[in-house]
Design a protein around this ligand. Structure first.
Ligand code: NIG
Ligand code: FE
Length: 421
């Protein structure tokens, strides 16, 4: 018989995939319940976006009529896919000797001033081929993904010349093209002075290179989504940082800052003055810096792995951030020197234990607020209609358990852009 006209067909399968038998921690802004939790919920994806989210009982029809594929989540909790908004994932070598030296009393700054630290990794990174860097970073990325990460920021910063900085960004872009994860890249040419540069003219020449060549070329090739600087006594001054930020903004690139990690250089206030997406570390940030961040809407990215690894005792001013309503994100800072961290849930645990974040703040820090720290707050980090269908599924009894385990892996499923791994 002839087929009936299309408008007489029942609308079958408006959605691609529907997850049922799940509890949801939606993490939506302003949710009435802790975690925006919906017990016995369901979430649907269509064309890579979230098409429906709510209590299973409110589903507007039979699951099998609504979605081409119905997934039984087995009672798992579903959160927004985790977002690691600060990593230095692409590097050669390791810094184990430095780790051992620090355990015998040497400080991070002393090792850096003696020619070790970042300079050590720069030498190992320059010596590694593109494929070696890719393979090493891919292994680290795989570990982060296994822990529920669906978006990662990757900085350059271990090349410290034009050729190698752009090379690291290309490796990062290649990871984003080949893995089911969103990669955001950040040019960190101003991470340290290159090895061998130690006088004022050399310093000025290197900053010229960052501002006049690296930033424009990275922008022209679409290699960087943002620009970062390490503003610190052992790295760049606030004046130098401002120059790099001016160059970034001239290219229309967003800025972020490694601020006040080892001393108060006024980094947080400087970042705020440039409307930075985030200021990161912030152990030594003053009340003035916090006031400026709050006024500018700059996200505070907390890096408890580096705090832990450096045996830091100065806590970031969490109470001051809370009092001002500054969004707090949490990231691994995965890097060979101060935070060889490959698990974002472990960072949630450290943030709770060291910084006294609540487990709910810790999860917001790896979802909604981390998205904001990358300028992705309108599309990622929440289970809400229209947001990207990036999900993580967890074998836990309630959301606070995410920040409870020290290691292990409770992640039992991962969905990026609507696709199951
Ligand atoms: O975020 N603080 C500067 N950069 C990294 C450490 C880099 C390194 O030591 O290799 C950080 O902690
Ligand atoms: Fe860092």
């Amino acid at each position: 018989p002839p087929a009936p006209p299309a408008d007489f067909l029942p609308a079958r399968h408006p959605w691609d995939t529907l997850w049922v038998n799940a509890h949801l921690a939606t993490m939506t802004a302003g949710a009435a319940s802790p975690y925006g939790a919906i017990e016995n919920g369901a979430v649907a994806a269509k064309d890579g976006r979230i098409a429906w989210v709510g209590p299973l009982a409110d589903l507007p029809g039979r699951a099998e009529d609504l979605a081409a594929s119905v997934q039984d989540a087995g009672g798992a909790w579903i959160t927004p896919g985790l977002i690691d908004c600060h990593t230095h994932l692409v590097f050669g070598g390791e810094r184990v000797t430095e780790f051992e030296l620090r355990l015998t009393g040497a400080s991070y700054s002393e090792i850096s001033r003696a020619g070790g630290g970042i300079a050590h990794t720069v030498r190992a990174t320059r010596a590694a081929s593109d494929d070696t860097l890719y393979t090493l970073a891919a292994r680290r990325l795989t570990a982060l993904m296994a822990g529920g990460v669906t978006t990662v920021e990757i900085k350059s910063g271990y090349g410290l010349d034009l050729e190698h900085e752009l090379r690291l960004l290309r490796v990062a872009r290649r990871l984003g093209a080949n893995f089911p994860i969103t990669v955001h890249t950040t040019l960190l040419g101003a991470h340290a002075l290159p090895p061998g540069v130690n006088d004022a003219p050399g310093r000025a020449r290197y900053l010229d290179l960052v501002c006049d060549a690296m930033i424009p070329l990275a922008a022209a090739e679409d290699l960087a989504d943002a620009v970062d600087v390490f503003c610190e006594g052992i790295a760049f001054t606030p004046e130098e940082t401002a120059r790099v930020f001016d160059a970034a903004q001239a290219q229309g690139l967003a800025v972020k800052l490694h601020a006040d990690q080892l001393s108060d250089t006024g980094g947080a206030a400087l970042a705020a003055r440039y409307q930075a997406l985030s200021a990161d570390h912030l152990e030594y940030t003053s009340d003035d810096g916090l006031d400026a961040m709050a006024a500018a809407g700059t996200v505070a990215v907390l890096l408890p792995g580096a705090f832990h690894m450096l045996r830091e005792t100065k806590l970031p001013p969490i109470a001051g951030m809370r009092a001002r309503g500054i969004p707090m994100a949490i990231a691994t800072d995965c890097n060979p020197g101060t935070s060889p961290a490959l698990s974002l849930p472990l960072m949630m645990s450290l943030a709770c234990t060291h910084f006294r974040l609540t487990p709910e703040e810790a999860l917001a820090g790896c979802t909604r607020h981390a998205a904001q720290a990358l300028g992705l707050g309108a599309s990622k980090g929440q289970l809400a209609v229209g947001f990207d269908a990036d999900l993580a599924l967890w074998d836990i009894t309630r959301p606070a358990e995410l920040a409870y385990w020290l290691g292990g892996n409770a992640c039992v499923g991962r969905v990026a852009g609507g696709r199951l791994d």
